[in-house]
Design a protein around this ligand. Sequence first.
Ligand code: GLA
Length: 710
Amino acid sequence: MDHIRIDAGETSLILACAQASSPRIVHWGRWLSDAVVVSELNVLATRQHVFGSELDNVEPSLTMEPGTGFAAAAGLAAHRAGQDWGSRLLVEKAEQTGSTATILARDPVTQVGIQYGFGADPETGLLQITAELTNHGDSPLAVDQMATLCLPIPREMTDIISFSGRWAGEFFREQLARFRGTWLRENRRGRTSHDSFPGVILCEGKTGEQSGEAYGLHLAWSGNHQIRVDTLGSGDVVTSLGAFLYPGEIILAPGESYRSPAIVAGYTSQGLSALSRQFHTHARDKLLRPDVRSRPRPVHYNSWEAVYFDHDIDQLKAMASKAAEVGVERFVLDDGWFGSRRNDRSGLGDWIVSDDVYPEGLAPLVDHVTALGMEMGIWFEPEMVNPDSDLYRAHPDWVLQIEAVEQVPFRHQLVLDISRPEVADYLFEKIDAILGSHKIGYVKWDMNRDLNHPGGQDGQPNAFAQVQALYDLIERIRDAHPTVEIESCSSGGGRADFGILAHSDRIWTSDSNDARDRQSIQRGASFFFPLNVIGSHVGPRQCHITGRTLTMEMRAATAMIGHMGAELNLLTEPAADLETLKAAIALYKEHRQLLHSGDMYRLDSAESLNISGIVATDKSQALYSVACMTSQAETFLPRLKLAGLDAARRYRIKLIWPQGWRSITSPSIVDAMDLTNEGSVHSGEALQTLGLQLPTAFPETVLLFHLGTE
Ligand code: GLA
């Protein structure tokens, strides 16, 4: 077989894989009809010799390994004590079954081999790419660096979009013009990180939300990563994604393999929202467990911002009763229920219910919560230990560390080396004991510090092994407690990626519950994550992190566009705000099926606005959120062009939030179209091409419009 060709969704992938040749990508991108033949593509790509360069054109292989002689960034650095570093991988075997393919390539001299796997989602064309390197030699092979794949990207993709941020400010979108040289995202925090999301989008300068070409690539990995876009002297563009490895981190014994984290990669010619829809479908259909996917996402209550470490059983019971009254379905007891954990300086690691605060154990609270018809959830931070804990006193050697190097202080805690079986066993037993003896349906799995000194027991770097051990530990718990849902939290959104999502059910998007910040954080997260995994809570009136005060209407509407929850002291909230929250929760329940299964359309708009819509897959209904963030320069807000509707159908449009909307001046379009009562019926075509004039709204207002067909 000389070539593999996969046509799926709006994408075609053509791989050259002739026996004993370097495997390479001939084409990845726009869908090609059968009329286009591979030989023709090769002819069309003919290059000539240029003085001062190689006589023969050197093509980038799948890994751009040093032995190919490709004089640019290599995707592989592996050697046997300085020998066998110059591998050139030649195809031994290539197979295709429908929209999946494997290529096995090996260097007959260095005895390094890589098995590549390509799987395209038949509907969307989204690719899942794997690569496993095997040491076929008879001496150890050190793998210093390996990209899962190096993917050529057309040079018309002039822009790079990426997401960075900080604690309580995740998913800041950054767009810049690609430049000659290397754009590099390298993460050494040992967790996915707040500041270096492992994904990148390459697109045309003119690409917008509904039009234009874009390539999106994501590394499904919750640890160190290296993502690069190389714009070479030739003008060619190559993107490589892989784990970042410390020296000596991966040393393969003869016969051993290293599985590089998978890449998930999509192409579209229909704009950024279409690209996101491919990622959403992947996350919903491939990563989430079918039973979790099919259950409505329960409304959360989380105790953290209400009581922090100040646990009092009577107060928590009263809080639970209030939560049930406003419509909450899952009550989550956050940090502070175990050991000596009365603040963040002690107790981590001692996963035993605290006698001081729960003299009769957790059962009275769990019983109270379940009697109210809610599910109980609980917080763990398994990978961590406070030095002031019984666990650390008993096993000071269980932590990741570098000998004779002082640990970097970080929230008064250290990281356990969970790749050690005895450590993983301890954690499993403790978590299993709590879950096994209480009716608990949900775990918030937190992780609150970087791995600054990830040295293992024998002095080897263990950052990569730690992530694998994490996935294994979670799976062990899932096997023992298959109905328990797990949320991935890491000081907010520090561990949000498709690697962890294959082992969890929700991500805690950010510790900031400031609805204004959340509008942009959740918009950023939505580039890769579907709404049903984006945890979003209604926070206190005055945000604890930003100090900003926002109305309940704004906070609740923002939390509704995700997996909704509440995280505030319900016992001190004004009665009117509680009524508003109750109404918002009821509205969320009414529309969550649509929100969590529909297709997302973000709209391009001025910075002062954040607009997105969710359209049912059969286009029978839709919900659009229009967040007016700040004042704007123009007198009137723009027309709302409702992308994604069926032009041929007629929709009844209503303004469903804020409830009891009163126009700032009357009559307004809300009155003229009776939008808050009967609504008004219009063609999908008019609504999406001409759009609805938005009514005047104060800054920090979120309007929700619902459209239904009759
Ligand atoms: C992290 C989480 C918070 C909360 C605290 C508890 O910061 O992101 O949501 O659980 O830990 O200590």
